[in-house]
Design a protein around this ligand. Structure first.
Ligand SMILES: [Zn+2]
Length: 341
């Protein structure tokens, strides 16, 4: 009579009309079951958020069995309590869209220990997430410019997509100036003072303490004794412009900061030729946690996405469509993680 596994992860309602709200006098499980069994319910109603009449923030989640009747209203042949009042939390958040699983998961994160979180959000809609266990995605990106464009794009996609499972995002943001400082600590520069730095474009707005900064997109002439702070693509452009490698290179490509289990040796890197001879700073610590799903970007990718086990890359100038595609591929690795009714 009931097909839903009450222990399944991330149970959400796919349609707002599946969820109704009812005021009741008691949240006692036996009285809830008795109250809703045989009671007439709207044809689409499958879940009831039962609220205590005198304390509406006290709720329980009830599931109704349906007999397949096409009538607009029909009695529910059975009812069961999916989450009792002690297991439920109630969140009111006018910014949360209850139709977006990641918004439900974000609300659930504010209620640790609650097995079911009922969310009253935008448009005063009410929905729930049962057994919240969102998929964790780590966004690895480089700043400046800050804040991270990719992290912002991921947020915007998650904020507007009802077709994605609940996702929580961890940002692993690398500051390219820290990479430069680290490289300089490792090999102090001759003459004491900071050597000039070349960055890919003026739009990045990089300000580096005391160092003269030039911008590769302005094709400065002549070439200086600069350190290139950029990705492999910038290095190739430098070679094209000046017919030689820069004096130094600090590679900020996020590929360098993603765990070896994800990228090294899987043979899918688009650039196996390695650096063009200039010294490259070693990888910085703080790679994404083992097992985390990683979303990052690389200037060597022109368009589309590049998929690896546990990681997907988008181009440096990724569209929202590419970011969404990358998220879909990543969460596809967690089949069964979302129980959409
Ligand atoms: Zn790259």
């Amino acid at each position: 009579m009931f097909e839903l596994d009450p222990a399944a992860p991330n149970v959400t309602a796919s349609r707002y009309r599946q969820v109704s709200v009812a005021a009741v006098d008691s949240l006692d499980p036996a009285s809830l079951t008795a109250h809703f069994t045989g009671r007439e319910a709207y044809v689409r109603t499958r879940f009831v958020v039962a609220r205590r009449r005198d304390r509406p923030e006290r709720v329980a989640l009830v599931e109704l069995a349906r007999d397949g009747s096409a009538d607009l209203f029909s009695p529910a042949p059975a009812a069961r309590v999916l989450a009792g009042a002690e297991e439920c939390a109630y969140v009111r958040d006018d910014r949360a869209d209850p139709g977006i699983a990641s918004h439900l998961a974000a609300a659930a994160q504010r209620c640790p220990g609650a097995r079911c979180v009922v969310v009253e959000g935008r448009y005063s809609h009410i929905s729930f997430i049962l057994n919240p266990d969102p998929i964790e995605v780590t966004v690895v990106d480089v700043v400046p410019p800050a804040p991270s464009k990719l992290a912002d794009q991921v947020r915007r996609v998650l904020d507007s997509t009802e077709e994605l499972p609940p996702v929580t995002v961890t940002e692993q943001i690398i500051d390219s100036r820290d990479l430069l400082a680290e490289a300089r600590r490792r090999s102090p520069e001759p003459g004491g003072g900071p050597q000039p730095v070349l960055v890919p474009c003026r739009g990045g707005g990089v300000d580096i303490d005391g160092a003269a900064v030039s911008y590769l997109d302005e094709r400065p002439e002549p070439a200086g004794p600069w350190t290139l702070l950029g990705c492999e693509r910038s290095r190739r452009i430098h070679d094209w412009f000046y017919g030689a490698a820069p004096a130094g290179v600090v590679d900020w490509c996020p590929r360098r900061f993603v765990g070896p289990g994800i990228l090294a040796g899987d043979g899918a890197s688009p650039d196996a030729s390695g650096p063009s001879g200039a010294p490259v700073a070693p990888a910085a610590p703080g790679a994404a946690a083992p097992g985390a799903l990683v979303l990052s970007r690389c200037c060597l990718l022109e368009e589309g996405v590049e998929r690896h086990p546990g990681a997907v890359w988008v181009p440096w100038g990724a569209t929202l469509g590419e970011v969404r595609q990358a998220l879909e591929l990543l969460v596809g690795e967690r089949a069964g993680a979302w129980t959409r009714t």
